[in-house]
Design a protein around this ligand. Structure first.
Ligand code: FAD
Length: 515
């Protein structure tokens, strides 16, 4: 269940793996042979009952509220079969060999907050993309492109990109799936202001449709754009080709870890840090700033300075250090990074150290399209930071990130993430092993109360992100225009869903309540 275990079982699988592939022509439709032999040919997971426990790094906190006794729950998929395809042709053949209404779930890194694809349903099959691990670089004139298989996770991509002296706006979790992140509109708090969302770097996508056709999608096609924020509901991605930037886009990064003893101290430090963020960082696209208040009783503040930065690093860092000194809070650690790679990998040790049996998680986000006003900053400090369940669920964090910049100015994709400049996520996270069902419920209730109050704050958007919302919250559904960015984008996605997946075969995704 823990990330380390996840990594070990993945490595064991990689040893046996050799990624297959078929020759593809842009825009063409290749069809498979079909027939029952096709599904027989694709590797199937024999130990179905153990699969989910091995593959899922986290379980939704909502799924852990109904168990009894010590609160343990056998995490078993409901799916009738789990397949590990090695090529687009294998996927296409498998889809065609099944009855046309059979639901299909895809699993890449297995981090989606409601675990919808991993549990699936008793009629469904799961495609576990773990064998599709190829990462291939090629030059296209001045540009460097990288084609990434649907089973690749960020740790693998970041290590490969480092060797090519490149940079991409990757997510922070080392085990998060690259494709699972892209198809739900994933954002990078460190890099998106300079490089956009990773979905905005996509040059082409190979997908298998609900009818079992293999298609290569390119910019200009409606379905291409829709895949970059709603793709988990629209098709099966086999690989994605990304435009890579040079590593020099990141000039420098500074991180300060400030310890606090009481929540009041955390609130006051965050209040000062968020003013620095609003007054000095948000107006300047050449720098980003992330403030993370953690259950480990530290506030971690990270500045990333891009190649476009012409100012003085001290103008940002010194006011923060002075703030800590004024509040009598010690700076426990100061880090200075000079590369994209160091910045991209900075949080891996912290994330992999979070272990649980299982780890329970709930994800929500709040944000504003422009700079937040005083009322909103007060709500973030006095309610979200002051009352987040950081003591009850000790791995929890409140992350306050800067977006906008390139994420706002590049071509729009169906994600609220490219419409918000000020982005706050509340990640409720704990080891469920020693928690009773009542304690888990109390943690979920604390989280829900904060999010409910946020819905009444004028100008504050709530749960507008496909990567930072909790689709299995009972009685709540995000609004389609909010989560896909605009009314027009939501309508396009809804129309395409009806056209390309009329039987709703792809139903295990974060938007299932309204798509
Ligand atoms: C520790 C941690 C750190 C994170 N950091 C960030 C971050 O920095 N930025 C951010 O935006 N988000 C972040 N997230 C959220 C994460 O990006 C999303 O939950 C993402 O959707 C997970 O993708 P996955 O492949 O790991 O999960 P999965 O559960 O495998 O996939 C997620 C969804 O995509 C679908 N999918 C997977 N593969 C395919 C495919 N081949 N074709 C079509 N659909 C597919 C699945 O069916 C599922 O609905 C983080 C989450 C965690 C737990």
């Amino acid at each position: 269940m823990a990330a380390e275990h996840d990594d070990l079982s993945r490595r064991a699988v990689f040893k046996q793996a050799a990624v297959g592939g078929v020759g593809l022509v842009a825009g063409s439709v290749l069809t498979g042979a079909g027939g029952d032999q096709a599904s027989a040919a694709v590797e199937q997971v024999a130990a179905k009952d153990e699969w989910l426990a091995e593959r899922a790094s986290f379980l939704s906190g909502n799924r852990l509220l109904k168990t009894s006794g010590d609160g343990s729950m056998p995490p078993r998929t409901l799916a009738r079969g789990i397949y590990r395809p090695r090529s687009s042709q294998e996927i296409a053949d498998l889809i065609r060999s099944l009855p046309a209404k059979t639901p299909v779930a895809s699993v890449c890194g297995g981090h989606e907050s409601s675990n919808a694809a991993m549990f699936a349903s008793s009629e469904a099959i799961v495609l576990d993309m773990v064998h599709l691990t190829s990462i291939e670089f090629r030059k296209d004139g001045d540009r460097v492109l990288v084609t990434v298989g649907a089973g690749v996770v960020f740790r693998e991509l970041v290590e490969a990109v480092k060797l090519q002296h490149g940079a991409l706006p990757v997510g922070t979790g080392p085990g998060v799936g690259v494709v699972g992140y892209i198809v739900n509109g994933g954002l990078s708090g460190y890099f998106s202001r300079r490089l956009g969302l990773l979905g905005q770097c996509v040059e082409s996508l190979t997908v298998v449709t609900a009818a079992g056709d293999i298609r290569v999608l390119a910019p200009g096609e409606e379905l291409f754009t829709a895949m970059l924020g709603a793709g988990s509901a629209l098709g099966i991605v086999v690989d994605v080709t990304l435009r890579m930037e040079p590593e020099s886009v990141v000039k420098h990064a500074e991180q300060r870890v400030v310890s606090f003893r009481t929540r009041k101290e955390a609130v006051e430090f965050a209040r000062g840090a968020l003013r620095i963020q609003r007054e000095h960082v948000l107006p300047d696209d050449s720098v980003s700033m992330e403030v993370v208040v953690s259950g480990a009783k530290v506030v971690v503040v990270t500045f990333v300075f891009y190649d476009t930065f012409r100012g003085s690093v001290a103008d940002f860092v010194t006011p923060l250090e002075e703030l800590a000194a004024r509040l009598n809070l010690p700076v426990a650690m100061a880090s200075h990074w000079s590369s994209w790679y160091q910045t991209a990998a900075a949080l891996w040790p912290v994330i992999t150290a979070m272990k649980g049996s299982p780890l329970a998680m709930l994800q929500h986000c709040l944000g504003t399209e422009g700079p937040p006003d005083d009322r909103i900053l007060d709500f973030i400090c006095n309610t979200v930071i002051a009352r987040a369940p950081l003591d009850e669920a000790t791995f929890s964090i409140v992350e306050i990130r800067t977006l906008g910049g390139a994420a706002a100015s590049q071509g729009k994709i169906p994600s609220g993430n490219c419409h918000h400049q000020f982005f706050v996520d509340l990640i409720t996270l704990y080891d469920a092993k020693n928690k009773t069902v009542e304690e888990r419920q109390a943690i979920a209730d604390l989280t829900t109360r904060i999010i409910d109050e946020a819905r009444h704050v004028d100008g504050l958007a709530v749960d507008f992100s496909g990567t930072h919302s909790q689709p299995d919250d009972v009685g709540l559904a995000p609004s389609p225009p909010m989560i896909f960015g605009t009314e027009a984008m939501a309508k396009t996605v809804q129309r395409l869903k009806k056209n390309v997946d009329p039987e709703n075969r792809f139903r295990f995704h974060p938007f299932a309540k309204f798509l």
